[in-house]
Write a protein that binds this ligand. Structure first.
Ligand code: THU
Length: 116
């Protein structure tokens, strides 16, 4: 969160996750003048996951500048869904949940396989 670039919203966000092989990967939001093309903290976290050896996310946590838990936005739930371990735990404003609870009936890579 301290690395965030958020001059437009002034809302720094930090995200961290534990990977299947025991690494901690993190991310922060990176905004730009177009506003709409902002990278959420989850976007840079997933990039860092891939750049540091890949793998799957086992546990995920996202915070605002005061350390309060933040819910991932809709787009970022999709990003997390792609890279989740099957039993990934996600901290939410209402306690620990699974990806299926925060993105039920998700579209995912398995649906592309079905139509090939
Ligand atoms: N933001 C995140 O980084 N992750 C979220 O899940 C929610 C929103 C960022 C995007 C933007 O830079 C700022 O928070 C305000 O929306």
């Amino acid at each position: 969160m301290r690395n965030a670039y958020s001059p437009y919203s002034r809302f720094p966000v930090g995200a961290a996750a534990l990977t299947g092989d025991g690494r901690i990967v993190s991310g922060c939001n990176v905004e730009n003048a177009s506003y709409g093309l902002t990278l959420c903290a989850e976007c840079t976290l997933v990039g860092n996951l891939q750049m540091t050896g890949g793998g799957r996310l086992r546990a995920f946590y996202c915070v605002d500048r005061d350390g309060n838990v933040l819910m991932p936005c809709g787009r970022c739930r999709q990003l997390l869904y792609e890279f989740r371990a099957p039993d990934m735990e996600l901290m939410t404003t209402r306690g620990i949940k699974t990806m299926d609870q925060v993105l039920p009936d998700a579209f995912g890579p398995e649906h592309l396989e079905e139509t090939r």
